[in-house]
Design a protein around this ligand. Structure first.
Ligand code: NAD
Length: 487
């Protein structure tokens, strides 16, 4: 098998197997080839990870923050040195084209390790003058954090959780998606090579049942999950019953609003990036593209012309723009929505069916699809599809589009295209979304907090904001005089 790891799990600084755990395969979605076979964690493996994390965290938290930061920055360097092989692995595991994985996956993970490595030594408490006496605060780690990943950006998600957690002095047990289990193990190797003590970052494999056991474990202080809203609800219930700290990065159905006065080519680029990048498997995608009436015809014409130029094919060929979907389940789901859109009466502008790539007869390829004349009530406009399916909706006024853009349970991303600077900020100020863009879409630099409003999530990843979600404040009152009592 092309990508078989030394063993399924990485615990206490070493590969560990759990032959009794249920076996599952990692499949290259372009060919259907099994590239690795792993085993889910059994209870003993989970307990071993907890024990390793407990020991590792004590050592790591006792290390000066400057040293922790240095180690994380070294890990960033290692990821950068290994970028090509990590990108190829990510392409095999997810089917995403190498053209993307070379710049968006391990590279983003390295940026994150570097950013939080730099922040580590700056994390301080405050001094509070009480007039003679005083108080101070200490920013302390939470302890053992559990990270649970989705399959669309496997190593990026692992880094976005591990880097702030480790910068704050925590240990992490990370469970990748069972669909894409491989690259988190490489991150664990890189962290060990960089000098992270054994047990500080552990990888445990398995499906939702393993995730639920980790979330429920009494030794775990914090849980951070990237996944769908239904999974987020289940995890929040489990974490709530034992009062754990919680970060949820969930799904979306984000609006991208194009006003008549915007730059047409940039708007078309944004709509393409917001719907077809990673074959549409991006949580913050702007899948409801609201186009003002005067721009509609020109927009749809250029969109169709440019979409026809997309190159679909061998994901390992750097000239290829579009790879297959990640799994048969996702393929069936997306094709179902392509049919549903036509049944619901939306106008198919392009795509709408499975794509044939002769070199890859078993590949899970679908055509990039655009529906026009979409109504707000249609299911394709309300439900997260997580595939290359763009819904174009018409609008006339600013007030109308704000109301319609907000009429969803989700609130992950939102974008506005206009040359009117006041309108851009006025509209963004009224959109119910955690991550917004003006005259671009889906750029997520590590410095910028990322997360959702409403059902799209709780808490934030990245930026200084993430620190609050991986640390706790201890307040200390220091009495400089004597202490009195009433009797
Ligand atoms: P999913 O919800 O099916 O699974 C996510 C992870 O949760 C997996 O590792 C899975 O094994 C685990 N899991 C499932 N049930 C669990 C349970 N009861 N307890 C604990 N863990 C459990 O999501 P997916 O299909 O892997 O990913 C796609 C979804 O993720 C989409 O909805 C997408 O929008 C979302 N997503 C969100 C972000 C973000 O940052 N907001 C980023 C990427 C993906």
């Amino acid at each position: 098998m092309r990508a078989q790891p030394a063993a399924s799990h990485y615990i206490g600084g070493a590969y560990v197997e759990s032959p009794e755990g249920s076996a599952f395969d990692s499949i290259y979605p372009a060919t259907g080839e099994v590239i690795a076979r792993l085993h889910g964690a059994d209870d003993a493996t989970i307990e071993a990870a907890i024990a390793a994390a407990r020991e590792g965290q004590k050592l790591w938290a006792a290390m000066p923050a400057t040293e922790r930061g240095r180690v994380l920055r070294r890990a960033a360097d290692i990821l950068r040195q290994q970028n090509r092989e990590l990108s190829e692995l990510e392409t095999l595991d997810t089917g995403k084209p190498l053209q993307e994985t070379l710049i968006a996956d391990a590279a983003s993970g390295a940026d994150c390790l570097e950013y939080f490595g730099n922040l580590a030594a700056t994390l301080t408490g405050e001094h509070i003058d009480l007039g003679g006496s005083f108080a101070y605060t200490r920013r302390e780690p939470l302890g053992i954090c559990v990270g649970i990943g989705a399959w669309n950006y496997p190593i990026q998600i692992a880094c976005w959780k591990a880097a702030p957690a480790l910068a704050c002095g925590n240990a992490m047990i990370f469970k990748p998606s069972e669909v894409t289990p491989l690259s988190a193990l490489k991150l664990a190797e890189a962290l060990t090579e960089a000098g992270v003590p054994a047990g500080v970052f552990n990888v445990v494999q398995g499906a939702g049942d393993v995730g639920a056991k980790l979330v429920s474990h009494p030794a775990v202080a914090k849980v951070s999950v990237t996944g769908s809203v239904p999974t987020g609800r289940k995890v929040a219930g489990l974490a709530g019953s034992s009062l754990k700290h919680l970060t949820l990065e969930l799904g979306g159905k984000s609006p991208l609003i194009l006003f008549d006065d915007c730059d047409l080519e940039s708007a078309v680029s944004a709509a393409i990036n917001a719907n077809f990048y990673s074959t549409g498997q991006v949580c913050s995608n702007g899948t409801r593209v609201f186009v003002q009436k005067g721009l509609k015809d020109a927009f749809l014409k250029r969109l169709a012309e440019r979409t026809a130029n997309a190159v679909m094919g061998d994901p390992l060929d750097e000239a290829v723009n579009l790879g297959p979907l990640v799994s048969k389940a996702q393929y069936d789901k997306v094709l179902g929505y392509m049919k549903l859109g036509q049944d619901e009466g939306a106008r198919l502008v392009c795509g709408g069916k499975a794509a044939q790539v002769p070199q890859f007869p078993q590949g899970l390829f679908v055509e990039p699809t655009v529906f026009a004349d979409v109504q707000d009530s249609m299911r394709i406009a309300r439900e997260e599809i997580f595939g290359p399916v763009m819904c174009v909706l018409d609008f006339e006024t600013e007030e109308e589009v704000i109301t319609r853009a907000n009429a969803t349970e989700f609130g992950l991303g939102a974008g506005v295209f206009t040359r009117d600077i006041q309108r851009a900020h006025r509209v963004i100020g009224q959109l119910q979304a955690g991550t917004c863009w003006i005259n671009t879409y889906n750029l997520t630099p590590i410095q910028m907090p990322f997360g959702g409003f409403k059902s799209s999530g709780i808490g934030r990843e990245n930026g200084h904001a993430a620190i609050a979600h991986y640390s706790q404040i201890k307040s200390v009152y220091v009495e400089m005089g004597s202490t009195e009592a009433a009797y």
